[in-house]
Design a protein around this ligand. Structure first.
Ligand code: GLN
Length: 245
């Protein structure tokens, strides 16, 4: 199968080498005999409606977010349609914030998001930085990663978090929630990059994209020894932080 990936604003939103997540998906697809064709969807580019199986948007600083936010709003309808058509979508940190209704940055500037996820974000005075461990009970798995954000994300009524914070700050450092999920959309603060150390999650995203492409969502297991070690080391660092806040 050919899985079509639309990488939103790769020139602007790529903090902590977030594009490494695409390399992981590429390698894991290839190991199962699939190909990933990745196209950049940048400023002023139209969203090729119906032709993308997985959208990806990375993290960035407030400055980069402000630069892309106005353009993202022009893509709102096409992206919403794709999400309702069950395209897969992975959004990290700054990109995650812009999938919500709004983001007020540290300077007090209010950016409109595209409202795909029922949440809004307000930057606070203290950055939330460090290793994170999440319990994703819905999947019976854990996620390990690294967060660095000033934004406090508040989930709206009925919003499903990606996970419960075991160690780290998560969405706001108080609720115990991290990330958000809706249909085949996952939003999270976890960098790291996220996918190399969480192979189950990489496969989940890949499987959702394959389903959208009309392929078989079943993926043959991979050995993943190094990946599991990476997860354990990362999870251990988060545990060593000792609880939330
Ligand atoms: N600018 C956002 C914040 O600090 C996102 C940061 C990021 O993507 N690492 O909350």
């Amino acid at each position: 199968m050919n899985v079509r990936v639309g990488h939103l604003y790769p020139d602007y939103l790529n903090i902590y080498a977030d594009r490494g997540n695409i390399a992981v998906l590429q390698a894991r697809a290839r190991a199962r005999g699939h190909e990933l064709s990745v196209q950049a969807i940048g400023m002023h580019d139209p969203v090729p409606a119906g032709e993308i199986d997985l959208f990806y948007i990375g993290g960035g600083q407030d400055r980069e977010q402000a630069l892309v936010a106005h353009d993202l709003v022009t893509k709102q309808d096409a992206l919403r349609d794709a999400v309702e058509d069950d395209a897969a979508f992975l959004a990290v940190c700054g990109g995650y914030q812009l999938l919500g209704h709004s983001y007020r940055d540290v300077a007090g500037q209010e950016l409109l998001g595209i409202g795909i996820l029922p949440l809004h974000t307000i930057a606070g005075p203290r950055r939330m930085i460090g290793d994170v461990l999440l319990d994703c009970a819905w999947a019976g798995e854990t996620l390990a990663g690294f967060e660095n954000h000033a934004g406090r994300t508040l989930l709206g009524d009925g919003a499903e978090p990606l996970g419960r914070v075991v160690d780290g700050f998560g969405n706001d450092g108080e609720s115990g929630f991290e990330g958000c999920r809706y249909r085949k959309v996952f939003g999270t603060y976890l960098h790291g990059p996220l996918l190399p150390r969480n192979p189950w999650f990489a496969d989940r995203v890949l499987s959702d994209a394959l389903t959208h492409a009309g392929g078989d969502p079943e993926l043959t297991p991979l050995v993943d020894e190094l990946e599991r070690q990476a997860h354990e080391i990362s999870a251990g660092r988060a545990r060593a932080r000792g609880g939330r806040y």
